[in-house]
Design a protein around this ligand. Structure first.
Ligand SMILES: NC(=O)c1ccc[n+]([C@@H]2O[C@H](COP(=O)([O-])OP(=O)(O)OC[C@H]3O[C@@H](n4cnc5c(N)ncnc54)[C@H](O)[C@@H]3O)[C@@H](O)[C@H]2O)c1
Ligand SMILES: O=C(O)C(=O)C[C@@H](O)[C@H](O)[C@H](O)COP(=O)(O)O
Ligand SMILES: [Zn+2]
Length: 361
């Protein structure tokens, strides 16, 4: 089993990574401090894994909330279901919520935990590759608004993260690829050695080799844990985890939540960030080429949707959470494994990169 700690002082927590650990209650039941537990999942994942989870919780008083599946349901209105269930079952501040699902369930369950009676504990049991390598770690929680991704939320850290690699056996290929976009992100922004390792192993990873996947999840979590431990609330360096996301979130919002998967939009957004980094004269074109090749090998899109136009991109990007005093800030690369947060790219140069990528005038 692989194990690391996210070091946040009193709010530190462990991340466990191994096949089969969902069934090893002895490992993780101690992170549930009270008797009341509320499992939050969705109508795709619950039929697959809810019973196994409940088996481990036989000594607890358990209720469950099964949300409708999909990014389009990551809303304040759907979040109400969690509060309704908690109140109907008389859950108090000693309750623990458990997120059993991908990033959508994890972000919503975490946000409900941040809000319910002004904050209760929660555990992340990620069931997608994306959630294992990224969304279950670091405490960003929230929901979407029709005008922008993750616009309503809170920072709220879990008590522990359990990444059971066996759960990936049922994950559809398209969702698996989407997770790879965030995996590749870590190599590009802060871990050149990991990027080279991914180049050497991508074909076996796409074949879902468990040993290699376990190593990939571990290295992503180590990288994310280091960044988050340095800057929990994104005052500075944490923003590098947003590589490709300003473009990507614009795509997700414009195309209608769920039509482009988050990872797909991040992949196309990363391709744009690579092109912009080269255009700024900061990144050797050879690194852009290697980044694009890895995204393609992971079956990810590297072109933005042709039905979007430049104005639409700029308007949606203008609402990004990294905008400061009206100034757009983007994550750009200055080398392999080296990212900066920069406001130096002008609207003109961004527009040129979008046009060159096939976005409408
Ligand atoms: N909080 C963060 O730091 C953070 C980081 C990255 C992404 N996110 C958010 O995460 C979301 C994307 O997460 P995602 O890619 O996990 O998508 P998701 O949660 O929508 O899950 C993808 C799909 O796979 C299904 N599924 C999940 N696990 C399965 C399994 N084991 N077997 C079969 N089907 C399974 C789900 O029901 C869903 O249909 C976005 O909303 C994004 O904004 C948050
Ligand atoms: O953890 C972070 O910080 C990230 O930026 C991780 C991203 O992969 C993730 O998509 C996150 O939800 C984006 O955050 P946002 O603040 O841009 O909504
Ligand atoms: Zn992301």
């Amino acid at each position: 089993m692989k194990h690391l700690e996210l070091d946040l002082g009193a709010r530190s927590y462990p991340i466990f990574i191994a096949p089969g650990i969902l069934g090893d209650g002895a490992l993780w039941l101690k992170y549930i401090r009270g008797q009341q537990v509320c499992i939050v999942s969705n109508d795709t994942i619950a039929p697959l894994y809810l019973a196994s989870l409940k088996q481990q919780l036989a000594d607890k008083s358990v209720c469950e909330v099964i949300l409708p599946d999909g990014e389009s349901h990551k809303t304040l209105a759907v979040l109400e279901n969690i509060f309704d269930t908690l109140l109907q079952a008389n859950h108090n501040r000693s309750t623990t919520l458990i997120a059993l699902g991908g990033g959508v369930v994890g972000d919503m369950c975490g946000f409900a935990a941040a809000c319910y009676q002004r904050g209760v504990q929660f555990i992340q049991i990620p069931t997608t590759l994306l959630a294992m390598v990224d969304s279950s770690v670091g405490g960003k929680t929230g929901v979407n608004h029709p005008l922008g991704k993750n616009m309503i939320g809170a920072f709220h850290q879990p008590n522990c993260v359990l990444a059971d690699l066996n759960l990936l056996n049922t994950l559809p290929d398209r969702e698996f690829s989407a997770g790879m976009a965030e995996v590749i992100k870590y190599g590009l922004i802060c871990d050149a050695d990991f990027f080279v390792w991914l180049e050497q192993n991508m074909s076996a990873l796409m074949g879902r080799d468990t040993e290699l996947l376990s190593e990939a999840v571990y290295r992503c979590c180590v990288n994310k844990a280091n960044v988050v431990a340095d800057d929990e609330r994104e005052g500075g360096r944490r923003a590098i985890l947003n590589l490709g996301h300003t473009f990507g979130h614009a795509i997700e919002t414009a195309e209608g939540y769920g039509n482009w998967l988050h990872g797909e939009a991040v992949a196309a957004g990363t391709a744009l960030a690579l092109a912009l980094s080269v255009k700024m004269g900061w990144l050797p074109p050879e690194v852009e080429k290697r980044g694009l090749a890895l995204l393609v090998q992971a079956d990810l899109p590297i072109a933005p949707p042709p039905n979007m136009n430049v104005d639409q991109f700029l308007q949606l990007m203008g609402r990004d959470k990294k905008v400061l005093d009206g100034q757009l800030r983007l994550i750009l690369l200055t080398g392999l494994g080296e990212a900066v947060v920069s406001s130096e790219a002008s609207v003109e140069i961004i527009s040129q990169v979008l046009l060159a990528a096939g976005v409408g005038a």
